[in-house]
Write a protein that binds this ligand. Structure first.
Ligand code: F0G
Length: 466
């Protein structure tokens, strides 16, 4: 009898299937990415999404507390005893003050899904808990990833706490581009004890090398081309729906880097629709940084589309050959999304197709300004996350998103991930040395004020601040 859960090539025209335990990331026949596929008729999906509300009453059980595994019937690829959890996904849908953000949406129509609240400080924990569950299920002992920082922080954290049933630990190996990672993230990989390799190159170079190393060594790949990662990241959308009382919003706005989130969100909604658990899907807006805008170039400028799994591969190759020929590299202040060759591109095209999506791009200046606005509303996020609000503002100005719409922006990572960028924005200098006067021109700059150790001067400084 065939299995109810298996791996399947994303191209319908190929459709090759593999056993769940086949430990492959791409199709052996055509080289395309793979999905975790379910024969839902042989599984036990719930009849309604409100079923998951019942889990709140038993949240002292770790799997019911987890914001990923309490939705386990919608990612039923592993037995419960294999599931790894540290209480990831305790993230709330927040309603920021649209007036304070000066964003032209009706009050109550904007939400932030604040994924910086995860244990390692970014949305990656949603996917990593699922990939580690599979790694443990498969008995893998060495795991690795290429990263702009958050994947490595999350992977290093789970590697340090996951044990096999015989008590043996996992060993995490991280590939990062030399000088390309924010210190908050680097510090996590180091502290959690991962072997950290700084490769002379950028993220794209690291990604290429980790794939080669995974082929050669006994190393399980934890990047988002591992399809189990995306199963976990589907739950971000389940929590969004839950936060809205199971109502479907009009738009989801997400920053795009390696395009794992966009892909996972598309799969989540395709499945929910197929299961009859929702009656319509939201639209999707993916936001690139201008300096790392491959997806924008291909989708918005070159008209690349999913085309039922027959996307124009020569157009993509031509673009990548052009990048190689000119030596053009991704470059943005939002280092998390500084990626020129997004691995999940075809899956993200499928997501845009299913969700009637758009792709936009925003400048680094806009990203920094929106980050400061978000900060003033009390939601600290890192630069890449603020691309979502910058993208929303642009799409509202262009009339793509209606001012009546119900919009959810995903804040993907915590502000403390990249304090250098924040301090530089507010002060104009990298750090704040003792005698250095601060100078800044940024619109929302909030400079520290130097005051002598004198009570009158201190009170005067406080009084003059109002
Ligand atoms: N936001 C943050 C904070 C990220 O760390 C990333 C990706 C993204 C957005 C983009 O998400 O890749 O799913 O499109 N960071 C990866 C990393 C690439 O290595 O940490 P995506």
């Amino acid at each position: 009898m065939s299995e109810a859960v298996f791996l399947r090539c994303i191209r319908p025209a190929c459709g090759s299937t593999y056993a769940l335990t086949d430990q492959r990331y791409v199709c052996a026949s055509c080289g395309s990415l793979l999905d975790v596929a379910y024969e839902w008729g042989r599984l036990a999906p719930p009849k309604s999404l409100s079923f998951f509300g019942s889990r709140w009453g038993t949240r002292n059980e770790p799997l019911n507390y987890s914001g990923v595994w309490r939705f386990r019937e919608l990612l039923p690829f592993a037995p419960t005893h294999a599931m790894v959890t540290v209480g990831e996904g305790q993230t709330l849908l927040q309603a920021p003050d649209v007036g304070a953000l000066d964003i032209p949406l009706r009050s109550g129509r904007l939400h932030f899904q604040y994924e910086g609240m995860n244990p390692s400080g970014s949305f990656k924990d949603n996917g990593m808990t699922a990939a580690f569950t599979m790694a443990r299920f498969l008995g893998r002992r060495r795991v690795g990833c290429a990263s702009t920082g958050n994947t490595s922080a999350s992977m290093a954290m789970y590697a340090s706490l996951t044990r096999h049933s015989d008590g043996t630990a996992m060993r995490g190996v991280v590939f990062i581009g030399a000088g390309k990672i924010a210190y908050g993230k680097l510090s996590q990989a180091l502290d959690f004890g991962a072997l950290t390799l700084q490769i002379d190159g950028d993220f794209d170079a690291c990604m290429k090398r980790i794939r080669e190393a995974a082929d050669r060594l006994d190393l399980y790949l934890m990047n988002s081309m591992n399809p189990f990662r995306l199963e976990g990241q589907k739950t971000i959308m389940y929590r969004v729906l839950e936060g809205l009382g199971w109502e479907v919003p009009d738009w989801i706005v997400v920053p795009g880097g390696n395009l794992g989130n966009s892909s996972a969100f598309g799969k989540a909604f395709i499945e929910l629709k197929e299961l009859g658990l929702i009656s319509r899907v939201p639209r999707l807006a993916v936001v690139n940084a201008e300096g790392a805008n491959t997806f924008y170039e291909l989708f918005a400028r070159n008209g690349l589309r999913w085309d039922d799994g027959n996307w124009d591969q020569p157009v993509v190759r031509q673009m990548y050959d052009g990048l190689t020929a000119t030596g053009r590299k991704a470059e943005t202040v939002a280092s998390a999304i500084e990626i020129a060759r997004p691995v999940n591109l075809p899956k993200a095209l499928r997501a845009l197709d299913a969700m009637d999506g758009v792709v936009t791009e925003v400048s680094d200046d806009c990203i920094l300004e929106e980050k400061a606005r978000i900060g003033r509303c009390g939601f600290g996020c890192e630069p890449a996350s603020a691309a979502s609000l910058a993208g929303l503002r642009r799409l509202l100005a262009e009339g793509t998103i209606d001012t009546d719409a119900n919009v959810v922006c995903i804040l993907t990572g915590h502000a403390l991930k990249d304090p250098n960028v924040t301090v530089r924005y507010h002060t104009g200098i990298e750090s704040i040395p003792a005698q250095e006067p601060a100078a800044a021109t940024a619109r929302f700059a909030n400079r520290p004020i130097r005051v002598p150790d004198d009570l009158d001067a201190i009170c005067e400084a406080i009084e003059s601040y109002s």
